[in-house]
Design a protein around this ligand. Sequence first.
Ligand SMILES: Nc1ncnc2c1ncn2[C@@H]1O[C@H](COP(=O)(O)OP(=O)(O)OP(=O)(O)O)[C@@H](O)[C@H]1O
Length: 583
Amino acid sequence: MLKELLAYVRPYRRILILGGLLGLIGSVAGLAMPLLAKYVVDAFGAGGSMAGPLLGLTVAVLIGAVVSASGSYLMERTGEGIVLGARRRLVDRMLRLKVADVDRLKPGDLLSRVTGDTTLLRAVLTNGIVESVGAAFMLVGAIVMMATMDAVLLLVTLGVIVVVGGIVAMIMPRIQRAQAQAQEAVGEMGSVLDRALQAYRTVKASGAEEREIAVVGEAAARARDRGLQVAVWTSLAGVSTWVSLQIAFLAVLAVGGARVSSGALEVSSLIAFLLYLFYLVAPIGQLVQGGVQLQQGLAAMQRIKEIEALPAEPAEPAEPSEPAEPAAEPAERTGDGGVPVGVTFQDVVFRYGEDRPLVHDGVTFEVPPGGLTALVGPSGAGKSTVFGLIERFYEHQGGTITVGGRDIRDWPLGELRAALGYVEQDAPVLAGTLRENLLFAARDVTEDELNRAIARTRLDDLVSRLPEGLETPVGHRGVLLSGGERQRVAIARALLRRPRLLLLDEATSQLDAVNELRLREVIAEVARETTVLVIAHRLSTVTGADRIVVMEAGGVRAVGTHAELVGEDDLYRELAATQFLVG
Ligand SMILES: Nc1ncnc2c1ncn2[C@@H]1O[C@H](COP(=O)(O)OP(=O)(O)OP(=O)(O)O)[C@@H](O)[C@H]1O
């Protein structure tokens, strides 16, 4: 862990060493002060001139101040750099995780790792390390100076230092444990707050404000309790150090006084020794503080590493193979999109986890390139899961899925997803402006292409109505748009990606007649240019489809056109009679 912690520092080691050296020079200047004080006292006693020693003392103070300030600025700079590096690495990993892993994680907790835990690293990796090194140097320096003055007093002092070290070493692991729990509690608080904010309207509509406030409040109180535990151990480490040093003072004063009166030690030496002892308070305190920070840093590291240890999505296939449809190159593009590709599912078996039931148990169907294919079936039949598998959000455990005749496991992941357009059912719009949303999946489109997509998805009305047109912010998850507008924005975004296969998860929410008509027109138009696979909840969508795949309980029950299925399939007839007769 310590090695991994130091890995964060490696890129900054030069500047850190420079900062440390400046700190060191500052310390040397500080170290010279008691000696200069002794000269001042000696000069005073001998009745000589004090100008020289006083001047030396002043210069030492000035050098110490300037050099220490520069050193501390460099430290802060390095600290910010380290936090930036840690955050970038963490966010990079977070956004490349497998969807299945993210399903288990809590967004609020993830957020606290990026914001809170990385900040904890800063203290330990800059000031912690450098001040500890500086403090160790000061400690050794002071001990050497003390050794030149009196061996007996030195032994007394060393005895106390050993005791301090022992106590602190016992406390340190407890600080790390308490800090880890405290960070975990902060993460937990983030998660419960996130839960309430994500479902803000539901919280209000359910009259659950008080309850949620209490839940978040309790989580905050737990975080406080854990924080207090850290404070208790940290204070204990601090106070033991302080008490031990006070005892050392008294002991040195008593033993030193006796030695002065017996003539074994000069008064000036005793004064200088006591000054060194006084001087020791700071480095010992810093070492203890450095130890505390180290424990806190290790606790934070642990939480950062937990995320970094999760596997990222494989960007490339394990053994790349040649595409099965070499003709399917963008040269033969139709309309806006690439060459449409088909999809096949052959005996696909899938479950979301070892301990979960099978969602797909031998799913087999074929979608030829081009045209509109609708997936229908009762809730929970595994329709959205089909999309999740095609996008490779999840890995199927058995059978074969092909896109464009090529096993999806042989596609480089980026290429596969570039060929697909995906419109989610629930949250298809992100915070930002309308333009940002439209260009989210394809950054390189021209203004013309953008306008065409807007026209095709019948969004021109909306754009002309909005106060700032395309630059109008749409609110968190697009809350400032209507459900139908959100869907059409998501479709326009997916179209701008020029997909060879469009996966459209139709919203179940009821659209008004105008919006439904617009959506139907858009889908029909798109299906003329590319392959559209839609999870259908509306009669208008299924009647317009070239073929319909009826799914039931993890399998495919029937495939056909609306007319065929109404005649042949009982489940379909029932679904058509109930579920789709919306609008
Ligand atoms: N991320 C997930 N983790 C675990 N189980 C899941 C996950 N997503 C879906 N499931 C489960 O898989 C089953 C199939 O879900 P899926 O979303 O594919 O159904 P669906 O046919 O699309 O249903 P609906 O029409 O209601 O959207 C459900 O029983 C569901 O509980």
